[in-house]
Design a binder for this molecule. Structure first.
Ligand code: FAD
Length: 418
């Protein structure tokens, strides 16, 4: 069994760890200069020194939005220390520690970008470019695990009248630090975790910041006095003036879209038969396995999850299948199961864009995977702590990272200080 893994972020590392533990042959292709994916910070935006796209959306000063008690891997927790919310550099160190501990570095080919993946005679042909030399090479694998992340293809809405705006318009993917907004009037669009966090970062140097959003719930966080919350944008009126749907207007020098990302697999040839419709990827069994070509799998697709924990569980599940320790249902049965899952989601009011969202469904998703693969589940305490942390983020973004937690057992945690 020879396995090709695309990406050496937290998901690709979990995949490599479990694939190697079964003694399979593997290569991990990583387009960046080092492992770590999202957690690698670079000043570069747009293109890198070799002319290839810059992957990471990481920005200076980022601290995690989940406590370290949740962010470790199941049997490889983040080492004990006196805070729960770590910095970008600390998570990157942790991923390096993980890779060293499980001897993964020897499998990772950095600066190697996968350009094309296609099925050939029951195998997968993976074509890569070595970025520094431009040399192309091709390898065949029995299985391919796609771990390329989903924060690299930004969604940037177009606003009526946008062509009139004279200031800068960009997506948070290109945001690195607040300095260039010093003294400016900035409009941040979108109230996901990035929009909320960047509003706070930018408010430390900007003249004022308006956070515009369309979420039904009011934002409870008390921002500094130079931040204002407004509803959705209606249109741009002239070189600086933006009108909101409540009829109010305001002038800006810059607009920063924090409006999310598309799933994107530009290297998958059409013959892989993967389609994406409004961020719904098909045909995937349990949000990970290609129903018609089960030697292809995707690690890390679901969102609103306990990230590294889930990557590890998905990798354990898939490796049991690869090793013949677990069989999958027939393609028809997988299709029916997937259809039912989608219908349940629709019945709950999820949109197509939310077909891979877990949130309140995550514990049952984890339990199902663990049960089917006869492997350890993710303890409920982690899901509870994740949910509390997300609530705290929305309620009190400015202070929630002062909280510290301690896990007591499978079900319980305590807050040790704030
Ligand atoms: P990534 O970390 O994105 O790694 C994917 C890897 O694939 C990258 O290294 C990339 O270079 C490589 N790759 C992509 N395409 C190719 C190709 N064609 N060829 C070769 N290599 C390729 N999650 C949390 O749990 N807590 C947080 O606090 C948190 N904060 C975040 C903040 C920001 C700004 C962002 C963008 C995300 C955050 N996340 C957070 C989510 C984060 O993405 C996950 O925690 C996790 O790092 C995702 O891991 P991954 O391996 O799936 O993807």
């Amino acid at each position: 069994m020879r396995v090709g893994i695309i990406g050496a972020g937290a998901a690709g590392l979990a995949a490599a760890r479990h694939v190697s533990s079964y003694g399979f042959d593997l290569d991990v292709f990583e387009m960046g200069a080092q492992l770590g994916g999202t957690w690698v910070y670079t000043d570069d935006v747009g293109k890198d020194r070799y002319g290839y796209p810059v992957y990471s959306a990481m920005y200076k000063g980022l601290r995690t939005n989940l406590p370290k008690e949740v962010m470790g891997y199941p049997d490889f927790p983040i080492p004990e220390q006196k805070k729960s919310y770590l910095t970008q550099a600390e998570i990157l160190d942790f991923l390096n520690l993980y890779a060293e501990n499980f001897g993964l570095k020897k499998y990772i080919k950095c600066n190697t970008m996968v350009m094309d993946v296609r099925p050939v005679d029951n195998q997968w042909k993976i074509t890569c470019v070595d970025k520094p030399t431009g040399q192309i090479f091709v390898n065949l694998y029995d299985s391919v695990m796609i771990c390329n992340g989903h924060y690299n293809d930004p969604i940037t809405p177009s606003i009526p009248g946008q062509e009139l705006f004279a200031g800068t318009i960009e997506h948070s993917h290109n945001y690195r630090d607040p300095e260039r907004f010093r003294g400016q009037k900035v409009l941040v669009v979108g109230a996901g975790p990035s929009g909320l966090d960047l509003t706070l970062h930018i408010s430390s140097v900007a003249d004022y910041v308006v956070l515009s959003h369309r979420v039904a719930e009011p934002i409870k966080t008390q921002y500094p006095a130079n931040v204002e919350i407004r509803p959705d944008i209606k249109r741009i009126l002239d070189f600086d003036k933006v009108e909101f749907i409540d009829g109010t207007c305001c002038g800006f020098n810059a607009i920063l879209f924090c409006t999310g990302y598309r799933y994107s697999f530009p290297f998958l040839h059409d013959s892989c038969e993967i389609s994406i419709d409004d961020n719904h990827i098909q045909p995937l069994y349990k949000h990970m396995i290609h129903i018609d070509k089960p030697t292809m799998c995707f690690i890390g697709i679901p969102f609103n999850v306990c990230t590294f924990q889930m990557f590890d569980l998905q990798a354990r599940y898939y490796c049991k299948y690869l090793n013949g320790l677990m069989s999958l249902p027939s393609a028809e049965e997988m299709r029916v199961h997937t259809q039912e899952d989608m219908e349940n989601r629709q019945a709950k009011g999820y949109t197509k864009r939310q077909m891979h969202m877990m949130g309140p469904d995550q514990q049952s998703y984890y339990n199902e995977l663990a049960h089917d693969a006869n492997t350890a589940p993710i303890p409920p305490v982690l899901v509870k702590l994740r949910d509390l942390s997300v609530k705290r983020l929305y309620d009190d973004l400015v202070n929630f990272r002062e909280d510290q937690y301690k896990i007591l057992d499978e079900q319980n945690f305590v807050k040790v200080s704030n």
